[in-house]
Design a protein around this ligand. Structure first.
Ligand SMILES: Nc1ncnc2c1ncn2[C@@H]1O[C@H](COP(=O)(O)OP(=O)(O)OP(=O)(O)O)[C@@H](O)[C@H]1O
Length: 705
């Protein structure tokens, strides 16, 4: 009689062979398509007679080219589909699936097996061989409850009976182990995954997503989803899995370029960059706040560096309604070095629309009038002898540049049309400047509105948004990780800039390490605008840190509700807290800790409170091997690194050393408490806190250890 293990191993081998077979077939098919596409491309030149002598001939030639291009497009489409499937097969050949559920849909029916993998795959007969972890049926695996259960197919709830929930450890076609599981805390695959050493890049959590995390990943599409979770509870992981889930669920309408991801810094961007490709999906647009603002190419005005408050932006919006635009609030529109519309003329156009409130509606109306004037001017210029002579004097290269073919206008009308086309290209910059409201002097308006002679970058940007409707209306989702690091003003801007997008905001108030950032209450109020409602979810289990480390950082947590943090990691070692006395050498003690914690695998991070402390530590460690990590670095896979707390945000390390040099770095203030909480919670297994003579009062945890 075959054992369960033998049976599963045989099934795995069979599935693996099917995957290999499919791969071979697709590769052959792809080569054939490529050959056909190449033949069609090379025939394009020889089969088609290029004739641009007259308008009619030109149209016929273009139609011919168009039909050939369509043929090539079809080949390209087939090739792209095959390439996607081949990429999915590559993923599956590493691990065909990680779990199986056995479901019985009716007492009279036999239970059915469903094998769950990173992506779904059908066999030669189009029968489902592996189901995607994001498919409705896979929900039964993540619900983590054997017996009668349900899953969702759109709005429909399907009832079923989960007879078996089996997890696999698989490498290629080798079954290493299998576990039949019933409840979350006994999840052996989770324990196996957590006990592995952390790598320099974040890993996906597909096989071990926990129930509370699954609820968020599969949460219905709501306008604003706020995830409030303790350190290491999987917020970033959940965010990445939800992106993959949304891309699967909305695959006919959502592409990665309609998803924006706001992350703390470039080091973190690199850290998470392989998660989605490992799930068979492309990365969305990933920006830090600084990159977001930079790509908006704001003018290089002298903005005041003072922080911007929500109240200032709100006041600006209120005052704008009553503002009477003057000539100085406009900038002339120039065409061919001549003034088409002076500032006075623009102010006059504005007065025609004062029945509309000052804001996007009024500015759209003014813009339409400005655009009409511009088009009239281009029409007029197209009829002038100067422009027509300029047109006829274009050499062959220039003609191809402007028209993609050579021109030979036979009638005046044809000449005029070609001249207009030529002018529209020649003055593209002017046309787009008009479309981008360059005729508004936003700096002048913002200075008038603030009334202080000073304007911040955010005030300027906000004015542009509320006055001209500036923003990105193509983005469908905006995910903001570490949302506690954003001020109310920044969030107001993001909310208005991405006005059509749905938001997912993830953070931990206890990790707000800079002053002046938005609280979760403020975030909720701020996003509860325009009939939007914020839905809040909580994550209270730490997957990163051992119970001992989780206990230490959760004691530092402050908030409305006490943090009921727990850890699913197996027990580890107690954090070490050492106070180096005046007669001992602090640098020497530090090196001793580094030597103890640096292992062949995993990273040891020395987290400096700020750049000054980092420079000091770097000097102290001149003879100890370590790497200073900057924004542009990539994390090494092992060894000792030195980095600031700001850069360590969102990352994790096997061991963390927190040098509390001179104790003043972590005084008893809420902000210092957040900073220490954040630093400690970066550790998975070991924490060493090393104080110079006096221990921070924050760690005066009587009876804690
Ligand atoms: N369900 C899970 N299965 C396996 N590992 C998990 C799971 N959830 C989280 N982890 C692991 O726990 C660690 C912390 O996850 P993550 O960085 O996503 O948490 P976070 O809440 O964003 O952390 P922080 O806010 O402290 O930066 C990661 O190593 C992640 O892989």
């Amino acid at each position: 009689m075959t054992t369960v293990f033998e049976h599963e191993q045989a099934y795995l081998k069979q599935t693996y062979q099917q995957l290999l077979h499919k791969q071979t077939q697709l590769q052959a098919q792809q080569t054939a398509t490529q050959t056909k596409a190449l033949a069609a491309k090379s025939n394009l030149g020889s089969d088609i007679t290029l004739n641009f002598d007259t308008d009619i001939k030109t149209m016929e030639t273009l139609a011919d080219i168009e039909s050939r291009n369509r043929e090539i497009d079809t080949y390209n489409f087939d090739r792209d589909i095959a390439a996607t499937t081949l990429a999915q097969l590559k993923l599956l050949l590493e691990q065909p699936y990680f779990a199986k559920v056995q479901l019985q849909f009716a007492p009279t029916e036999a239970p059915e097996n469903f094998y769950i993998g990173t992506v779904g795959m059908t066999d030669e007969n189009k029968a489902q061989m592996i189901i995607d972890w994001r498919s409705p049926i896979a929900e039964t695996y993540y619900n983590q409850a054997n017996g009668p259960t349900t899953y969702h197919v759109g709005q429909r709830v399907v009832a079923t009976d989960l007879k078996l929930r089996r997890q696999f450890e698989i490498h290629g076609d080798h079954l290493l182990a299998y576990f039949d599981t019933t409840i979350a805390l006994e999840d052996p695959l989770l324990q196996a995954s957590l006990s592995k050493h952390q790598t320099d890049q974040m890993q996906s959590i597909t096989a071990t997503i926990q129930k509370e995390q699954n609820t968020i990943i599969r949460y219905p599409d709501v306008p604003v989803l706020l995830v409030n979770g303790i350190a290491g509870s999987g917020k970033t992981s959940v965010m990445m899995q939800r992106i993959a889930y949304l891309l699967y669920q909305k695959r006919t309408e959502l592409t990665p370029d309609a998803i924006y991801l706001l992350t703390p810094n470039p080091l973190f961007q690199h850290y998470i960059s392989t998660v989605l490709p490992d799930l068979g999906e492309s990365n969305p647009i990933n920006l830090t706040w600084v990159q977001f603002v930079d790509q908006l190419a704001l003018p290089t005005e002298q903005f005041t560096p003072e922080p911007t408050t929500r109240q200032q932006l709100e006041q600006m919006a209120t005052d704008l309604v009553d503002l009477d635009l003057q000539a100085a609030d406009f900038q002339p529109v120039m065409v061919a070095r001549n003034t088409l519309l002076s500032a006075d003329a623009l102010a006059k156009i504005n007065t025609q629309f004062t029945h509309l409130p000052l804001g996007t509606k009024r500015m759209t109306a003014v813009q339409a009038a400005v655009n009409q004037a511009l088009q009239r001017e281009l029409n007029r210029l197209a009829q002038t002898e100067t422009v027509q002579d300029e047109l006829l004097a274009l050499d062959q290269t220039e003609q191809k540049k402007y028209f993609h073919h050579l021109i030979d206008p036979e009638t005046n009308r044809a000449k005029r049309q070609l001249a207009l086309h030529y002018l529209r290209i020649k003055y593209t910059d002017t046309i787009s400047a008009v479309a981008n409201y360059s005729w508004l002097n936003l700096t002048h308006i913002s200075v008038r509105l603030t009334g202080t002679g000073k304007v911040t970058r955010l005030q300027w940007l906000y004015l542009r948004i509320i006055l001209t409707g500036y923003g990105n209306s193509k983005a469908k989702f905006v995910m903001i990780d570490e949302v506690q690091d954003y001020s109310e003003a920044q969030l107001m801007i993001l909310n208005q800039f991405f006005k059509k997008a749905h938001f997912m905001l993830l953070g931990d108030e206890n990790q707000a390490i800079e002053p002046g950032k938005a609280t979760f209450k403020q975030i909720e109020v701020l996003f509860n605008t325009n009939n939007k409602k914020t839905t809040t979810c909580h994550l209270l289990t730490s997957y990163r840190s051992t119970p001992e480390i989780t206990a230490l950082f959760s004691r530092l947590a402050i908030g409305d509700a006490p943090v009921k943090a727990n850890s699913v990691q197996t027990a580890g070692v107690m954090p070490s807290i050492e106070v180096v006395s005046a007669k001992d050498n602090y640098g020497h003690a530090l090196k001793k800790h580094i030597a103890k914690l640096t292992t062949a695998t995993g990273l040891t991070a020395i987290i400096a409170a700020n750049t000054e402390q980092l420079a000091w530590l770097d000097q102290q460690l001149a003879t100890t091997p370590h790497q200073v990590i900057t924004q542009k670095s990539h994390l090494p896979s092992h060894g000792t690194i030195l980095l600031t707390l700001a850069l360590a945000k969102g990352l994790e390390f096997n061991s963390v050393i927190i040098p509390d040099q001179k104790q003043a770095l972590y005084p008893d203030t809420p902000l210092a408490r957040h900073r220490l909480y954040t630093a400690i919670s970066r550790a998975t297994h070991h924490v060493s806190i090393l104080a110079d003579q006096t221990l921070t009062p924050l760690l005066n945890l009587k009876g804690a250890f």
